[in-house]
Design a protein around this ligand. Structure first.
Ligand SMILES: [Fe+2]
Ligand SMILES: [Fe+2]
Length: 144
């Protein structure tokens, strides 16, 4: 497995959880459960991805801007998660913010998969791609 396959696999988990999340309503255990799962998933992924994907890209001139952009989007995602935590599950605003989060994350995953992966593919050697995948997957396993 290379780093792109590893990241893509977890992006699909995020997409699925987001779909389930916007399908929940009110102060229910389903909403609580899915939100907590998604929050953990997004946070560990961002952390691992910054270490084993963006960090090596920041060190290279031609990918520095792209890496900074990606990391900035992680912060925007964090802010939406915080907003959700500060809002009551029973509030009508909750679903609206959850949909904003879905849109933001999906846009971010699109950027990563359709632009960043292509450029990073030219920067990393085959050996890099496999090693980064191993380190990324280990970090995910240890923290899930
Ligand atoms: Fe990301
Ligand atoms: Fe990602």
């Amino acid at each position: 497995m290379n780093i792109f396959e590893a990241l893509r696999q977890d992006h699909d988990i995020q997409r699925k959880l987001l779909e389930q999340l916007v399908d929940t309503s009110g102060d229910t255990s389903a909403r609580d459960e899915i939100f907590k799962k998604l929050k953990t998933e997004l946070e560990i992924h961002a952390d691992a991805e910054e270490r084993y994907f963006y960090k090596p890209l920041i060190d290279v001139d031609r990918t520095q801007d792209l890496a900074r952009h990606g990391i900035a989007e992680h912060h925007e995602i964090d802010e939406l998660i915080e907003q959700l935590e500060e809002t009551d599950y029973s509030s009508s605003a909750w679903l609206k913010i959850a949909k904003d989060l879905q849109e933001k994350v999906e846009h971010h995953l699109e950027d990563e998969e359709h632009q960043f992966f292509q450029i990073a593919g030219k920067v990393f050697s085959d050996g890099n791609k496999t090693t980064l995948a191993k380190d990324y997957n280990k970090h995910m396993e240890d923290n899930r």
